[in-house]
Design a protein around this ligand. Structure first.
Ligand code: FES
Length: 98
């Protein structure tokens, strides 16, 4: 089972290692990350994160995620909705607001 590391720079939360292919919203909780989730379907923006860095590019935004972020965070290409991200690479995430 291949895993990737998710880190939260600037917080006291330790890195978590997650299996490739799993959705962040299914594995990050208030206990292991600073990222909060609401709807978990990409319509509330609670889980907005800045992708500080990633070893490889993340999968493209889904159509719905792209539409939401173009409205709420125009021009901020590093902002993603964590609930729409499946683990594919090591990454560093920072909670942000949209
Ligand atoms: S939890 Fe609502 S957009 Fe991700």
């Amino acid at each position: 089972m291949k895993t990737c590391r998710v880190e939260f720079p600037g917080t006291s939360k330790p890195a978590v290692d997650l299996e490739v292919g799993v959705n962040l919203s299914e594995n990050l909780t208030i206990h292991n990350s600073p990222i909060l989730f609401g709807c978990r379907i990409g319509i509330c923006g609670t889980c907005a994160v800045e992708v500080v860095s990633a070893d490889d590019p993340l999968p493209e935004r889904t159509f719905d995620e792209a539409q939401f972020l173009e409205a709420m965070a125009p021009g901020q290409d590093s902002v993603r909705l964590a609930c729409q991200i499946r683990i594919s690479t090591n990454m560093k995430l920072r909670k942000t607001q949209v």
